[in-house]
Design a binder for this molecule. Structure first.
Ligand code: SF4
Length: 211
């Protein structure tokens, strides 16, 4: 794929290092809402220090968990969401079985959990187990849409399906990371097309350039 190759020249080949902790990934994704990575990590660290097991997080008095999560912002809404998700995972919360489960079964299970959408499910699969997925966040959606990797104005769901269909499984992580890097550096909401090495293969540029 020419776009993957050009991005690779610009940003290198990122290497996925799956951590094997799917519940942690799920909870961290919830904590990421409306905050930056640093505040999320502070909140996550405080929570794990105070409540070392997932059972303890689930069964904690909500006001205590909320207090631990406060540095991450939106603690009053994140606290019940986290406890609700954990309570859906059974007596001993465990998602390790997702490592070997059929892909569709795993995605169906995750997206049936309260407040868990396709992007979160994809994050759990790829960052925990290196299973082929391409989480579509706002950067991937914006840059991929401009580059014609899926239909203009496609929903995040559709974008996810389209990108998986055209991407070799072993390239999913690389494409995800490099589209984000490109979205942060060059193809920002106001794109710097003059500095972009993908201009010649970009439908958005062809449509919008000043002749
Ligand atoms: S040419 Fe412009 S719109 Fe296309 S990928 Fe590059 S920065 Fe984005």
């Amino acid at each position: 794929m020419a776009i993957r190759d050009r991005l690779r020249e610009m940003y290198g080949i990122p290497v996925n290092e799956p951590h094997g902790h799917p519940i942690a990934e799920l909870v961290r994704t919830i904590l990421s809402q409306n905050t930056n990575d640093r505040n999320r990590d502070v909140a996550y660290g405080r929570m794990r220090e105070r409540f070392p097991t997932w059972e303890e997080v689930r069964d904690a008095p909500p006001e205590d968990l909320e207090e631990a999560l406060r540095p991450g912002g939106l603690a009053p809404s994140k606290t019940p969401r986290i406890q609700h998700v954990l309570s859906e995972l059974g007596g001993h919360p465990d998602l390790d079985w997702l490592a070997e489960a059929p892909r569709q079964q795993a995605l169906d299970y995750l997206t049936a959990l309260p407040g868990v959408g396709r992007k979160t499910a994809a994050c759990v699969m790829i960052f925990s187990f290196d299973r082929p997925e391409i989480p579509v966040d706002t950067h991937v959606h914006r840059v991929g849409g401009r580059l014609g990797l899926f239909r203009p104005n496609a929903s995040f769901e559709e974008a996810h399906d389209e990108m998986l269909a055209i991407t070799p499984p072993e390239d999913g992580y690389e494409l995800h990371v490099n589209l984000i890097r490109h979205g942060r550096a060059i193809c920002r909401p106001r794109p710097r097309c003059g500095e972009c090495e993908l201009r010649r293969m970009c439908p958005w540029y062809r449509r919008n350039r000043e002749d």
